[in-house]
Design a protein around this ligand. Structure first.
Ligand code: ADP
Length: 806
């Protein structure tokens, strides 16, 4: 930036006239001298007079110049005297730029610099001083003066140069009053802002308030553009501060923005707002950007009675599901995510309630605020929770189904071959004990697979009419052993207990899992109470997001006085793999298995607990009205399970997971594997032909050996296609198909249906590691068929086959 001085032109014109006069004067004196030599005395006198006049003229003009120079020097000295006390460092240089004089401030700042050039003296201050000094000096030489604001290493300086004949006066100012740095001495927070919203400068108070330098307005204001005289929210460490903004337009598109703290809009300020909305058929809240509630309309009060208790903020009213309410409101106040509504849980609400909240921003009298539109989302959330739960169960079910299928094949082969070996070993035999061990452990593995199927509700239940008093009575001895001596087990029954329709073995499993959990919750011992009672529900009972339809129920409750279950865990305990027990102590499958069995039985389960006082699990089973037509098809279709079956051990403890709930020591001595019948004493069926179709070679090998031992003629096929190929021989006589259900290529029911076209009288035994229900529909089209779940023992297989054929 440079400025000109009026006196400069005048001084330059004077210099030029001065020079002409000298030249003219000298030329005139020369001419006079020549003329004097050549002329007469009179003429010489006349010429002398002219010369004197010219000389006088020259002396006069020259004298003026000298006087002016003297005055200039005097001016310079005066300037120097004045500058001596100037706080800005100043130098006086000659025309070449050498420093002739420097004031005190300059000596203090740069040390003595006489004889040095200005550029060298200021070189420590800013980059490229030669160019700057040269530029300024040439402008000053032309225009009389020049100045430039320069960015230095430590701030800004203004370098001014004035052409002071015969040299230059340099003045160096630290800028305190730069136009875009105005306000540094002011206590009011202010900043200089460019047209594009870039913050060019923030004064000290604003910098201190923000605790950092900020580059753009949008980083600190929720709402732009800023409007003069309006309150805008300044965002500071996640909090918002209402500030009244005053703006003055500066030069080159810059403006100065002054901020005055303002009160947040109070209810009084906006009192006119809500009454207008009071009659709208939508629940509405009016909020400050920090979530504090300014007001609520009538329907919002109906929806949230807590509002009348003077709840101050939305944050204390509702809880975010995964995301904090404060964060969400803060975002909305800044204009982010306004198009999305959030579902939140109403705080401290029993039963649980959910709201869907959509937020919008409003400006009232310059105050930014939010309007929240509320919708009751409890039903939606309940449905969602049920959906998620069923999805979870389905996913686990698929996993469990897959694992169970493979395991069941392996276990069938292991326990089957073990059974075959046991046929040839007597109790006195040295290998007998080892074979028993193998068989027992195969059984335990089968029990684990059973658990997987249980909580995925994919197992085949054998429903029967049960008096739970009997079931529990039979189990008492085992339960007592399970809980140990420090825990006392008390049973109390409703004398008029109505029977239920359930799978006895699974009911035993449920009770054992609940009792073992209760035992584990009471490290120091205590009492476990098992109670049965009849309960008639006049109306539907809604709790824990489920509805128990009205009607007659048999309720079994298991209570303990243990450590209890914290509230936040109560709705998770039934989830598969949720456990608070240490690794190796809990699998998190116990309660999910209970849940699966209860659900599959058509019942409901609820948990109540007070931390430190204990927990109660209440199981609701629909009472059985004795209508035998309800008899489940699967029950009749299934072969009677032999009491000594190896698929599910006779001792219910074998069903307990191997970890926390196992009573390993007990299991070993109680359970013994089935001793297969002596093949020689077994009936022979030489004339009967069984076509065995199984893709798993070990299973096929065992099954065919087992059936041959019984005297059947066994034809083997590794696939459905193979079987059909063999059957294409019309002469081939087959009495029974024993086939796996799921096989690569064509599945069991499909090939059997094809084969039955030519051989309608042939009966079928389907075997599968999957639950029966998974192929019930397919099997429906196959007459004279039964289902044998894997893993099966030698005896189960031969008995099922025998039963089908005879
Ligand atoms: P696991 O027993 O293998 O952990 P469960 O599914 O049986 O798996 O139980 C899940 C969790 O529920 C347990 O880890 C425990 O925290 C809690 N729980 C279950 N029953 C009780 C009870 N009676 N008292 C206290 N907590 C219990």
């Amino acid at each position: 930036m440079s400025v000109g001085f009026d006196s400069t032109a005048r001084r330059q014109a004077l210099d030029r006239v001065n020079n002409y006069i000298w030249v003219l004067g000298l030329a005139a004196l020369g001419a006079l001298a020549l003329a004097f030599l050549a002329s007469s005395a009179l003429e010489q006198t006349a010429l002398l007079a002219v010369a004197s006049a010219l000389g006088l003229q020259i002396v006069l003009v020259r004298g003026m110049v000298i006087v002016r120079n003297v005055a200039a020097r005097r001016d310079m000295r005066a300037v120097m005297r004045f500058l001596e006390h100037d706080v800005a460092p100043s130098f006086l240089t000659n025309a070449q730029g050498e420093i002739l004089f420097q004031n005190k401030a300059s000596i203090d700042r740069f040390g003595g610099c006489r004889g040095k050039t200005v550029n060298r003296s200021v070189a420590s201050l800013f980059a490229n001083p030669d160019a700057v000094v040269l530029r300024l000096r040439s402008v000053a030489a032309e225009a009389g003066a020049a100045r430039e604001d320069i960015v230095t290493w430590r701030g800004h300086i203004r370098l001014t140069v004035q052409h002071v004949q015969p040299g230059f006066l340099w003045r160096l100012e630290d800028i305190a009053e730069r136009p875009d740095r105005a306000g540094d001495g002011i206590a009011i927070p202010m900043m200089t802002v460019s047209r594009s919203g870039a913050i060019l400068h923030m004064n000290e108070p604003l910098r201190l308030a923000l605790g950092r330098r900020v580059k753009r307005l949008q980083d600190i204001f929720e709402e732009l553009p800023l409007r003069d005289g309006f309150v805008h929210n300044l965002v500071l460490d996640g909090k918002t501060l209402p500030m009244r903004v005053f703006q003055t337009e500066g030069n080159v598109g810059r403006s100065e923005v002054y901020l005055f703290p303002s009160e947040a809009p109070s209810t009084d300020d906006v009192v006119g707002f809500l009454p207008v909305l009071d009659d709208l058929p939508v629940p509405l809240l009016h909020l400050n950007p920090d979530g504090s509630i300014i007001g609520a309309n009538r329907l919002a009060h109906n929806l949230l009675p807590q509002l009348s208790e003077g709840t101050a903020t939305v944050q204390s009213l509702v809880e975010g599901l995964g995301r904090s309410v404060g964060e969400w409101i803060g975002d909305a106040a800044r204009g982010r995510g306004l198009s999305r509504s959030e579902v939140v849980r109403v705080a401290r609400s029993v039963p649980e309630r959910f709201l869907q909240i959509a937020l919008g921003r409003v400006q009232i009298d310059g105050h930014a605020s939010l309007v929240a539109v509320l919708t009751d989302a409890t039903e939606l959330k309940t449905l969602e929770a049920q959906f998620v739960q069923s999805q979870k169960m389905q996913a686990i079910g698929q996993l469990a189904g897959g694992v169970a299928h493979d395991f069941n094949n392996l276990l069938t082969a292991i326990s089957g071959h073990c059974d075959l070996l046991l046929l040839h070993h007597d109790k006195g035999d040295g290998d007998y004990a080892d074979l028993v061990q193998i068989s027992q452990n195969a059984n335990r593995a089968a029990a684990l697979v059973g658990q997987l199927l249980a909580f995925s509700r994919k197992q085949t239940l054998q429903l029967e009419r049960l008096d739970l008093r009997d079931t529990l009575g039979d189990l008492t001895h085992l339960l007592n052993r399970l809980v140990g001596e420090r825990v006392q087990l008390t049973l109390s029954h409703d004398p008029g207990l109505i029977p239920v329709r359930a799978d006895r073995r699974q009911m035993e499993q449920v009770m054992m899992n609940l009792v073992v959990n209760a035992r584990d919750a009471m490290a120091d011992g205590g009492e476990i109470r098992i109670e049965t009672r009849c309960e008639y529900l006049e109306d539907d009972l809604s709790r824990d997001r489920v509805t128990v339809p009205g009607g007659q129920y048999v309720v079994v409750s298991v209570s303990d006085v243990g450590k209890g279950i914290p509230k936040d865990q109560l709705n998770r305990i039934f989830e598969p793999f949720f456990t608070t027990k240490r690794t190796g102590e809990g699998t998190g499958l116990g309660l999910s298995m209970v849940y699966g069995i209860v659900k599959q039985t058509g019942g409901f389960i609820f948990a109540d607990s007070v931390v430190g006082e204990g927990a109660t699990f209440s199981l609701y089973f629909p009472a059985d009205d004795g209508d035998d037509e309800l008899d489940d098809a699967s029950v009749t279709a299934l072969p009677p399970r032999p009491s000594n079956a190896s698929q599910v051990p006779a001792d219910p403890r074998m069903l307990i997971p191997l970890s926390a709930k196992s009573a390993e020591g007990d299991a070993q001595d109680v359970h013994a594997p089935m001793k297969a019948e002596n093949p020689t004493s077994a009936p022979r069926h030489k004339e009967q032909v069984v076509l065995l179709v199984e893709d798993e070679a070990p299973v096929r090998a065992f099954a065919s050996r087992a059936l041959r031992l019984r005297g059947y003629t066994v034809l083997e096929a590794a696939s459905a296609e193979d079987a059909l190929e063999q059957l294409s021989d019309k002469e081939l006589n087959v009495d029974l198909f024993v086939t796996d259900v799921m096989m690569p290529g064509m599945d069991g029911p499909s090939w059997v249906k094809l084969a039955l076209k030519d051989r309608p009288a042939v009966k079928t035994v389907f075997v599968s590691g999957y639950a029966q229900e998974t192929f019930d529909d397919d099997r429906a089209g196959v007459p004279n068929s039964v289902f044998l779940p894997k893993p099966f023992s030698l005896a189960e297989l031969t008995q099922t086959v025998q039963k089908q054929l005879h």
